[in-house]
Design a protein around this ligand. Structure first.
Ligand SMILES: Nc1ncnc2c1ncn2[C@@H]1O[C@H](COP(=O)(O)OP(=O)(O)OP(=O)(O)O)[C@@H](O)[C@H]1O
Length: 320
């Protein structure tokens, strides 16, 4: 999986004076299901618009299928199917007729309609007006429309947004089958890790226009192993928070008795304890646990502070 279908280098974008994206280096390998994660307003849709040539980068470059987008826009975009949020559908027409309208525009063979209906499992409902479809069915029809031209790459903006748990499961199964049985590379954005965690092979995390992580799901799990949370029960939470923060630890208040500190490993637990005791804080409890992927995503996208490492705390202890 070394060939990259999308690659961006130092991608920047600003709306007027507002900086939206700052220096994105994205690498989407052929054959992957690539999750582009970030909270609302992080810049996901803006990135997708740039990838589709709908906006011009203020700096940096985009390569699609190994060729610079600016120079090979039409050729590149012909190989991509898109679904940007909810699809534009003719509600009074049936699913089949919506596909027929698009088929004629694209000039693809009639047989393709049955093929895509089968892929998205809408054959049974193909002759019902779209106004009677559930949101999940509309999303699947949107994907069927994107598949009509048999593209190699699908770019989907928040395809699970607003779906109920069964709609999310159906979408997950569809994406996996498109990838594994039909050979499609899929780039999808989402603001919820839990909705795409089980689907993606690769992911990146965008926060306020900068990339905080890019790698495989296994690599994120590896990181998770290094991210642990330590809850410390203390005599004075405000002083404890101040001492730990001043010493470079990422710390937050849990309640009137506890603070939560990010630590890399168990060794750092003793050092955090020692640091507090040295400053006259009584430590009455220590609870050490691993961060879930969801907690990690939240901490990556809500807290810019570093994780306390053993070396960092040790250095600070020797300095204090
Ligand atoms: N046309 C525009 N003019 C000015 N600012 C814009 C425009 N479109 C988006 N923005 C701003 O750019 C930032 C990123 O928006 P974007 O839609 O890319 O984020 P997102 O990650 O897709 O979030 P969401 O999931 O809420 O759509 C936001 O602060 C948004 O207000």
């Amino acid at each position: 999986m070394n060939e990259l279908l999308i690659q961006t280098q130092d991608l920047h974008y600003q709306y007027g004076r507002q900086k939206i994206l700052q220096g994105l280096h994205l690498h989407i390998p052929k054959g992957s299901i690539y999750g582009f994660l970030g909270p609302n307003g992080a810049g996901k849709t803006t990135t997708i618009r740039l990838l589709l040539g709908l906006l011009q980068p203020t700096r940096g470059s985009i390569h699609l299928f190994g060729k610079e987008l600016e120079l090979h826009r039409v050729g590149g975009l012909q190989r991509i199917g898109t679904l940007i949020e909810t699809p534009s559908l003719y509600n009074h027409l049936t699913g089949q007729d919506n596909l027929e309208v698009m088929r004629r525009l694209l000039g693809v063979g009639k047989h393709r309609i049955d093929e895509v209906l089968e892929i998205v499992r809408l054959q049974q409902d193909a002759h019902r007006p779209v106004k009677h479809y559930s949101l999940g069915m509309c999303q699947r029809l949107g994907i069927a429309l994107a598949l009509l031209s048999d593209p190699e790459l699908l770019i989907l903006d928040e395809p699970t947004n607003g779906l109920d748990p069964s709609g999310i499961r159906e979408m997950r199964e569809l994406l996996i089958s498109l990838n594994q049985e039909h050979g499609k590379t899929i780039f999808l954005s989402s603001h919820l890790l839990s909705e795409i965690e089980k689907t993606v092979t690769h992911l990146s995390i965008l926060h306020q226009g900068t990339l905080r992580f890019e790698g495989t799901v296994q690599e994120l799990h590896q990181l998770e192993k290094h991210g642990h949370l330590l809850e410390v029960e203390v005599s004075n939470v405000l002083s404890a928070k101040e001492i730990l923060s001043v010493n470079g630890c990422a710390v937050e208040l849990v309640d009137a008795q506890k603070v939560r500190v990010k630590v890399r490993n168990k060794e750092a637990v003793a050092l955090v304890n020692q640091l507090l005791v040295q400053h006259g804080i009584q430590v009455t409890g220590l609870l050490y646990g691993q961060q879930s992927l969801e907690e990690m995503f939240l901490s990556i996208t809500t807290q810019p502070e570093p994780v306390a490492t053993e070396t960092m705390v040790r250095t600070l202890l020797t300095l204090s």
